[in-house]
Design a protein. Structure first.
Ligand code: PLP
Length: 498
């Protein structure tokens, strides 16, 4: 009896064809086309069949479902055709938020991407000679300018000849030979850059690195694992908190190919600590005729001190100190597209370029387009064109005024909104200790806990991502574009409604 009932129910279902030709779906069919509409109709019918099969629908409930079947197909269509990757509003105050796509791009970078994407380009073509060219020439020339010996003043750095040490005091630097001839190549990300460099410079040999620098960067980038994949052997020296130059010196043997320093991007070791100064490592590398590489991670092209960040070395600092190869990300403090950048001694960079791994790790034309535009902003000193630089330079007072304007726009009587002092974070594995003073909107609702309020903000379109701390939702407008301030007020208003 039961199976017979089920087949009666199945018979009530329209065919896919009948369904998509129904007048209610004429609009959807015209808008989205027969392929997508048919898929959606199939999916909805399959769900109904499964429900019948599971005994979850009787005749009355099936009739009800069939009366709303066109809307169900429309819903399915909307879901199937919506983008999974979409913009969100970053109200966390974490400027380089790895989960939120790190650096938003400059307007000029977006325009270059659009222009390059829609057209053929001279990516690997020399327009003058009509012959095949190299894709890395497009940014190498700008890096040369930015990393040249006289670029320090332009970048807001101390004039050549003095060097601020990690500890903060200044001293005469060794003759800056390095950066005059620094050349640069670009790969997919900094992890790829480190892999390429280790494989090129140390395959089959040993790399000496301090135990205190064997870092894991979020998303499972671990120096020992990258080292293994590069076919180089890790030679750990020192202890977690203390490594001396003599430790490096003792570890050097005839298999040693490279000295590696890794910037402690996302943690600090404080207390009883010791690390050789960069200059000591440079001296040792020169004396023993070994290259010295530094994985900087964040890779600032502008003096981080100008942005209120202390203790963060710039790319120029490292090159000037005499580091042979520096690796860094394109989408951290540089504020460009995802990329791994290797700058340094031309002969070493040339070896990396001819490594077959480079072909596998190279970046596409859209990355070059965005990177070239971002670098041009630095060349022109148009630093505020780069959104992450602009955000770092925003004043606490300016952010406070915007927060007050947002608070005024909120009409909901239920929301309690307070403006308070707080700190924004650079994030993205840059300057772990740095905090930028800011003003926060602290929001709470009498009938909703902070997690629920935050979830409602995330379900807004566009999603608003905020922090939750001590039972309140905290909104930091430093990372919100000013034209989005209004959306924050709307999202809060909307979230407060039951
Ligand atoms: C961020 C970081 C990396 C990884 O860079 P990606 O561009 O994300 O691949 C590697 N090393 C250090 C020191 C970093 O800070």
């Amino acid at each position: 009896m039961k199976t017979a009932t089920k087949s009666d129910l199945y018979r009530k279902l329209p065919s896919v064809d009948e369904l998509i030709r129904s007048p209610e779906l004429a609009g959807a069919l015209a808008r989205e086309g027969p392929a997508a509409t048919t898929d959606a109709a199939r999916a909805v019918l399959a769900r109904l069949r499964a429900e019948i099969d599971a005994g979850g629908l009787d005749a009355a409930r099936l009739d009800l479902a069939l009366s709303g079947i066109a809307e169900a197909v429309e819903r399915q269509l909307r879901q199937a055709l919506s983008y999974s990757l979409r913009p969100v509003i970053n109200a966390t105050g974490v400027i380089l938020h790895t989960n939120l796509g790190r650096a938003p791009l400059a307007r000029s970078a977006r325009e270059r991407i659009r222009g390059t994407a829609a057209s053929y380009s001279n990516l690997e073509f020399d327009v003058v000679s009509g012959e095949r060219g190299q894709r890395d020439v497009h940014v190498d020339r700008l890096f040369r300018k930015l990393l040249a010996g006289d670029a320090r003043v332009a970048a807001g750095l101390r004039p050549a000849g003095t060097l601020r040490l990690r500890s903060g005091q200044a001293r005469q630097s060794p003759v800056p030979t390095q950066s005059h001839a620094a050349s640069t190549i670009v790969v997919n990300n900094n992890a790829a850059g480190v892999l390429l460099a280790l494989n090129t410079l140390a395959e089959g040999g040993e790399v000496i690195v301090s135990r205190g620098e064997l870092v894991e960067i979020g998303g499972s980038f671990r120096i020992p694992e990258v080292m293994a994949k590069s076919n180089a052997t890790l030679r750990e020296v020192g202890t977690t908190n203390r490594t001396r130059i003599a430790d490096y010196e003792r570890a050097i043997n005839d298999k040693t190919r490279l000295l590696l320093r890794v910037h402690r991007s996302n943690f600090q070791i404080t207390g009883f600590t010791e690390q050789p100064r960069l200059e000591e490592l440079v001296d040792l590398a020169r004396k023993r005729n070994l290259p010295l590489m530094e994985d900087l991670g964040s890779g600032a092209l502008l003096d981080p001190g100008l942005l209120g960040i202390t203790g963060e070395p710039s790319v120029l600092d490292s090159l000037h100190a005499g580091v042979d190869v520096v690796t860094y990300s394109g989408d951290k403090l540089l504020g460009g597209p995802q990329a791994g950048i290797l700058s340094g001694r031309s002969d070493l960079i040339a070896r990396m370029r001819s490594n077959s791994l480079f072909r596998a790790l190279r970046v596409d034309k859209l990355t070059y387009a965005a990177l070239e535009a971002t670098l041009l902003a630095y060349v022109k000193h148009d630093h505020d064109e780069v959104p992450v630089i602009r955000m770092m330079r925003l004043s606490r007072e300016g952010i406070g005024r915007r927060a007050e304007a947002v608070a005024k726009e909120i009409r909901s009587l239920e929301l309690s909104v307070e403006i308070m002092d707080g700190e924004s974070v650079v994030g993205g594995g840059a300057a772990p200790g740095a905090a930028l003073p800011t003003r926060l909107l602290a929001v709470s609702h009498p009938d909703m806990n902070a997690d629920e309020l935050a979830a409602r903000l995330r379900s807004f379109d566009p999603p608003v991502i905020a922090r939750v701390e001590e039972g309140r939702v905290l909104i930091d407008l430093r990372t919100v574009f000013p034209e989005q301030d209004r959306v924050i007020a709307e999202a809060l208003e909307n979230a407060s409604k039951r």
